[in-house]
Design a protein around this ligand. Structure first.
Ligand code: ATP
Ligand code: MG
Length: 319
């Protein structure tokens, strides 16, 4: 089987974009692909953060993943910081990465622009991401456009290491997850829905009235025409795409935005109601979720420590 890694940063509440773009594709291959769901808490510290919030969100994200149908027997849910080999490999990979290579990353340039205090970990973020991937011999990494450059760097690091110090790493490939969707912000439909950006977000745990209100307020246009046109009608297109991703259906009424929004609301609600209910059950027993996380870390650790050992030996460390 092919190993696949999907990462989530505990920077905010999981939202509809995370579900349709990352969680559902993961569930779709759960029986056939050896996946790891990584909660990348160390990555959540590359920008200003609130310690208690990151801790709470880590547990919440794990709980939501289970509620959405991630089966920990088939897909270990791993908290990045619970497997210290991530940080160990990160350092070793820093020794084969150029300062210029990291400084060139578009995301680093964007997030460090505007001055202020820039954490050094923001610069080395893509090296930690490379470590996340290479540590587990991951073959497939589902990536959105924003992560393409980081995945390319991971491939460069792996290839360079292998040719300089001998075959050590599997060189990963980026894949477009099947049935993926890119969900846009409902208030600003030209930017993607994000955990830490925008105001038109539907969190997976939002109560029904909040979901209804957020979709009701979604930005549309004056054209009164329900059709896909990402350029001229980004808001309407986003609603059509969300409906299609949730139900596989096209809108019934092609002129009323009100009817479109009601249809989208029903479709999203049908998707979220069972997750919400299951989440409430699971959240009542956080000890159980923590146990699942401990088991996830324990499951992947033997392979992780084998990778680190290989890397240490190749680099000339005395094992
Ligand atoms: P942040 O704003 O902190 O970057 P995020 O919402 O982008 O948060 P990530 O933790 O970066 O979430 O990504 C988790 C997964 O969800 C990734 O696989 C990412 O590609 C996917 N994802 C994030 N936002 C969307 C979206 N709007 N539509 C589809 N997939 C998304
Ligand atoms: Mg993101």
């Amino acid at each position: 089987t092919t190993r696949r890694l999907t990462g989530f940063k505990p920077t905010g509440h999981l939202h509809l974009g995370n579900l349709l773009g990352a969680l559902r594709p993961l569930l779709a291959v759960q029986g056939t692909t050896d996946s790891i769901a990584l909660i990348a808490d160390l990555h959540a510290m590359t920008l200003e953060h609130d310690p208690e919030r990151v801790r709470a969100l880590t547990l919440e994200q794990a709980t939501v993943m289970l509620a959405a149908g991630v089966d920990p027997e088939r897909t270990p849910i791993v908290v990045q910081s619970h497997v210290p080999e991530h940080t160990e490999l990160h350092y070793l990979l820093e020794c084969v990465t150029g300062f210029g290579e990291a400084a060139r990353m578009i995301q680093f340039k964007e997030k460090s622009a505007g001055g202020g205090h820039v954490r050094l970990s923001l610069l080395t973020y893509p090296v930690l991401m490379a470590a996340d991937i290479l540590l587990h011999d991951v073959v497939q990494v589902p990536v959105g456009e924003d992560q393409n450059q980081h995945l390319e760097l991971a491939r460069t690091i792996a290839t360079r290491f292998n040719s300089r110090y001998g075959p050590t790493f599997t060189v990963p490939e980026g894949v477009r997850p099947e049935a993926a969707a890119r969900v846009m912000d409902l208030a600003e439909p030209t930017t993607k829905m994000g955990k830490s950006t925008g105001s038109g977000r539907i969190a997976l745990l939002d109560p029904p009235d909040v979901v209804r209100r957020t979709i009701g307020r979604a930005v549309t246009d004056e054209l009164a025409e329900v059709r896909r046109d990402p350029e001229k009608q980004p808001g309407v297109t986003n609603l059509i795409d969300i409906l299609a991703a949730c139900t596989g259906r096209e809108p019934a009424d092609t002129h009323s935005y009100g009817a479109l929004k009601r249809e989208v609301t029903d479709a999203v609600e049908a998707l979220l109601a069972p997750i919400r209910a299951r989440h409430a059950e699971l959240a009542a027993d956080p000890g159980h979720v923590r146990k699942i996380l401990a088991e996830g870390a324990a499951r992947v650790r033997p392979r992780a420590s084998a990778t680190v050992r290989r890397t240490r030996t190749a680099l000339g460390l005395l094992n």
